[in-house]
Design a protein around this ligand. Sequence first.
Ligand SMILES: [Zn+2]
Ligand SMILES: [Zn+2]
Length: 133
Amino acid sequence: MEYFGSCLCKGVKFKVIGDFEDFYLCHCRYCRKDTGASHAANLFAKKAKIEWIKEETKIKTFQPPKSNHVKAFCTNCGSALPNLQMGGNLLVVPAGCLDTSLEMRPDAHIFISDKANWDESLDEIDKFERFPE
Ligand SMILES: [Zn+2]
Ligand SMILES: [Zn+2]
């Protein structure tokens, strides 16, 4: 399988060749800060390879001290981007930066012990196609 992805400003474009083994929605405090949302949605691959197609803007990596959390982002638009962890053996791809549609469903919610107090039964609240009138 091949997946294409990019950041918001399109300064960075990449291709992932291979398959993802795991897809987790992480509610930990690092992922909440990192994304500004209730959880991160990350794909994990041990065998897939990443090819950077375009690196017009710089990619920066940040790791909070004493944590395993890694955030890679475009220094122009701030979008989350793929990164390699575990000494380059684990490719982590934020699902939202993919342009290829993903047929995979998330495997699990993780670190729910850390979730925000408003992050509860979110499926039950109103849904609108666009911004509500
Ligand atoms: Zn960008
Ligand atoms: Zn997390």
